[in-house]
Design a protein around this ligand. Structure first.
Ligand code: NAD
Ligand code: WQD
Length: 336
């Protein structure tokens, strides 16, 4: 299990996972064409770890190129992060999402089969729960109606993995459903790269605090929650990264075939206004904000039941929302 292909390993979650894999004795190999990341991430990884990352700049939808990577590296496992992830963009340009998110997984599974690689960890999302109506959500909750083409691609990928496991007695698949990943590495050498106007809360908030945006709009304060704003499960990206190491280690000990799903969240919900006030308190800066109307498609309350990941993987979060918002601010300042 030691040599692991990390598709999308130059991205936000993939880069933090590369650090944790290396620290745990794995040999992570990045496969990323840098379509949504930058060269400087690799410099950050080298500074943090003292190791120069190995990267293949390959499109995961390119079967021949991916095949050459597998032939050269001979990995024993794969973590598949590579995907497009902007919910709004997926509504405007659904085919981009169907092509990349579904196409890259289908291509990868074929290449894995050719090279007899039998272990995969897949980045799924709490978006597959749709508007579940109640939280905390457990893994066995039937999937909701997908809120976006992006969300639908994650559902299709989950099905693809289940069907492939059913057809291959040797395959081990772990599906990790992330809640709201936030924060950055405490070194401020890697973090989330802002591309255009952020649509996610934390990058928008850090940019507003830095004066790069006029103000944050809090989307609605008339929900049935303790302060009227929506509740989400914000998880520090370093805690999230560590779960991938445990998932690989756990999978190696189980008899195939299996396709197991785990929620990765803190198990605790925070409102948007709590996040804003925590950010201000921790960092000693003001976040200019106004209350605006509800955002279409927002689920009022979503947080994870983490019992399964705690009991089975032996994983739980150690970092708090305050830690994440301090690290997010440090990263924003490093970006300049
Ligand atoms: P990211 O955009 O920062 O990282 C994705 C990386 O994959 C980028 O470096 C990009 O260049 C690369 N990539 C994309 N398509 C590729 C392809 N076809 N070939 C090669 N490289 C490709 O995104 P992230 O936030 O790190 O998300 C990683 C995964 O986690 C995605 O699958 C995403 O859907 C999932 N996820 C993210 C969140 C979140 O809020 N960030 C939440 C739930 C699930
Ligand atoms: C969080 C809260 C907003 C921006 C998305 C994807 C989901 C998953 C995680 C990938 C909500 C509020 C936001 C702003 C605000 N990603 N907000 N003002 O919508 O929970 O989930 O990211 O899989 O699939 O849908 O995250 O960060 O956009 O919003 O008030 O400018 O912050 O209404 O309550 P969300 P988010």
């Amino acid at each position: 299990m030691k040599k692991t292909i990390v598709t999308g390993g130059a991205g936000f979650i993939g880069s933090h996972t590369w650090v944790e894999l290396l620290a745990a004795g794995f040999e992570p190999i990045i496969v990323d064409d840098l379509r949504n990341s930058e060269e400087r991430v690799l410099e950050g990884l080298e500074k943090i770890s003292g190791h120069k990352p190995v990267i293949h700049r390959v499109d995961c939808c390119d079967a021949e190129a991916l095949d050459r990577v597998f032939a050269a590296e001979r990995p024993s496992s794969v973590i598949h992060f590579a995907a497009d992830k902007a919910v709004n963009e997926s509504v405007r340009d659904p085919l981009k999402y169907y092509h990349n998110n579904i196409g890259s997984l289908a291509t990868l599974l074929r290449v894995m089969d050719t090279h007899q690689v039998k272990n995969i960890v897949f980045s799924s999302s709490c978006t597959v729960y749709g508007n579940s109506g109640h939280s905390p959500v457990t893994e066995d909750l039937p999937p909701g109606e997908a809120a976006s083409p992006y969300g639908y691609t994650k559902m299709v990928c989950e099905h693809m993995l289940r069907d492939t496991v059913a057809s291959d007695a040797g395959l081990r698949a772990v599906l990790l459903r992330y809640f709201n990943p936030v924060g950055a590495h405490p070194s401020a050498l890697i973090g989330e790269l802002p591309i255009g106007v952020p649509s996610n809360l934390v990058p928008y908030m850090t940019q507003a605090a830095a004066g790069l945006r006029d103000r944050l709009t809090v989307f609605g304060d008339d929900y049935d929650t303790r302060d009227g704003s929506c509740i989400r499960d914000y998880i520090h990206v370093v805690d999230l990264a560590k779960a991938h190491v445990l998932a690989l280690q756990w999978a190696a000990k189980q008899h195939p075939p299996f396709c197991e799903v785990f929620n990765l969240g803190t198990g605790k919900g925070n409102t948007v206004l709590e996040a804003v006030h925590t950010f201000e308190q921790e960092n000693g800066v003001k976040v200019p904000f106004v209350i605006g109307p509800r955002r279409e498609g927002d689920v009022p309350v979503m947080f994870a039941d983490t019992t399964k990941s705690r009991k089975v993987l032996g994983w739980q979060t150690k970092l708090t929302l305050a830690d994440a918002l301090r690290d997010a601010w440090r990263w924003q300042q490093a970006l300049g």
